[in-house]
Design a protein. Structure first.
Length: 146
């Protein structure tokens, strides 16, 4: 770099007074855009970007759980059962009352949350209830589609 610096110092007056050579601006901009584009995209390889997008999609599915009938319901057993009964009531309104198959699927003599042992943690209890009642609701929806 010392030779370039020396050349600039020796010809400083010429740089200040003379116009640049023809095409200088176009060459400068072409180099500038090429190097700035390479600098911006150098670290963006497709594999990490794809992995990040995939991880974001998986996180959305895990946290939002599309199609989950108990989304937004607390993990209290009674709250899960009441949410289940609300959805069953909506299915009864949408289907004919003489449909005994729907009653066989959805009605219980004793709710499952009353049958679970007390030594199960509340988190496990909620997971069992949501899975059980979710399966019953899924079967009832399949019946409604027929």
């Amino acid at each position: 770099m010392t030779e370039l610096e020396q050349y600039i110092r020796d010809h400083a007056a010429a740089f200040d007074t003379e116009a640049p050579a023809a095409g200088h601006k176009a060459r400068f901009l072409a180099r500038y855009y090429f190097t700035s584009f390479r600098a911006k995209t150098r670290n963006l390889h497709p594999a990490p970007v794809f992995a990040f997008a995939l991880a974001a999609c998986i996180a959305l599915v895990l946290f939002i759980r599309p199609g989950d009938p108990f989304r937004g319901v607390s993990n209290e057993p009674e709250a899960i059962y009441l949410a289940y009964m609300d959805r069953v009531a909506a299915l009864y309104q949408a289907m004919p009352l003489e449909d005994d198959i729907l009653r066989e699927i959805t009605e219980e003599d004793e709710p499952l949350f009353a049958q679970l042992p007390d030594d199960i943690s509340s988190r496990q209890r909620a997971r069992i209830l949501k899975n059980h009642y979710g399966e019953l609701l899924s079967a009832a929806r399949q019946l409604k589609k027929q």
